[in-house]
Design a protein around this ligand. Structure first.
Ligand code: PEP
Length: 257
């Protein structure tokens, strides 16, 4: 089975309405109506609707950077997955390290968010990754595979069809430090093995595992050439269209690059 590559752009809490409009317009124009790669952007919540309108007609997908684990009610400041769907999103990021480590969100909360997002009709990009301390203590594999397992608590094999993973070492996010291709590959392979153990071989073969952490045009191709690296989740380099589109092109299957 060949997995279709995916590149995501996480805009975090950057840009304003005018800049988001310009960036989305340039990215949508650069991709066109048909792409060899799945491309999604994750704009700040207030700009989701306008970016989704621009993305319509292009092969550009839009997602929320987070989704509530609750469906509706008195949850000030949260955004229900159904609201993301309603404004044109097809994705939710869940478990980004800036929520796990910045806001203290745990695997139990991530699993409720995954469930809510799937129930609302969204696809999920589940982020996992170890801190530098965990890596140096030799705990990379148990940390990321444990995050995967516990963040998907209660998720059945059929649900897995709408889930992909982003391996994002915390020490590489926004730092300019990146995992080398072989460091990334070994964690991706361990994650795929975990999917096979917890689910089945077919799901392990199908699931996409993106790498994230200071991906730039200069390192994207080497990372995405690894057997188990199926694309990239990009933060800083997704805030301008040219570097982001260069990374999208780096994900093209070899015969097209
Ligand atoms: C991210 O936020 O998911 C990310 C990978 O950021 P950066 O590319 O800036 O390291």
């Amino acid at each position: 089975m060949t997995r279709r590559p995916m590149v995501g752009g996480n805009w975090k809490m950057h840009l304003d309405a005018a800049a988001a409009t310009a960036l989305a317009t340039d990215v949508a124009g650069g991709i066109g109506a048909d792409s060899l790669v799945d491309v999604a952007v994750f704009p700040p919540t207030p700009y989701l609707h306008l970016v989704a309108e621009i993305a319509r007609g292009a092969a550009l997908q839009v997602g929320g950077q987070d989704a509530s684990g609750e469906t509706q009610g008195a949850y000030t400041g949260q955004t229900a997955a159904s609201m993301l769907f309603d404004v044109g999103c097809s994705w939710a990021l869940v478990g980004h390290s800036e929520r796990r480590h910045g806001l203290g969100e745990d695997d139990a909360l991530a699993s409720r968010k995954v469930r809510a997002a799937l129930d609302a009709g969204l696809r999920v990009l589940l982020c996992v990754g170890e801190t530098l301390e965990e890596r140096e203590a030799g705990r990379t594999f148990p940390t990321v595979c444990g995050q995967f397992e516990h963040s998907l608590h209660g998720i059945q094999t059929a649900d897995l069809e709408r889930i992909d993973i982003a391996y994002e070492p915390v020490w590489a996010i926004g730092t300019g430090r990146t995992a080398g291709p072989s460091e990334a590959q070994e964690v991706h392979a361990a994650l795929r093995e975990t999917v096979a153990l917890l689910y089945d071989a077919r799901s392990a073969e199908r699931i996409r595992i993106l790498y994230g952490g200071s991906v730039k045009p200069a390192n994207a191709q080497a990372l995405m050439a690894c057997e188990d690296v199926d694309g990239a989740l990009v933060g800083g380099a997704s805030l301008e269209s040219e570097p982001f589109l260069d990374i999208v092109r780096a994900a093209f299957p070899p015969e097209h690059s």
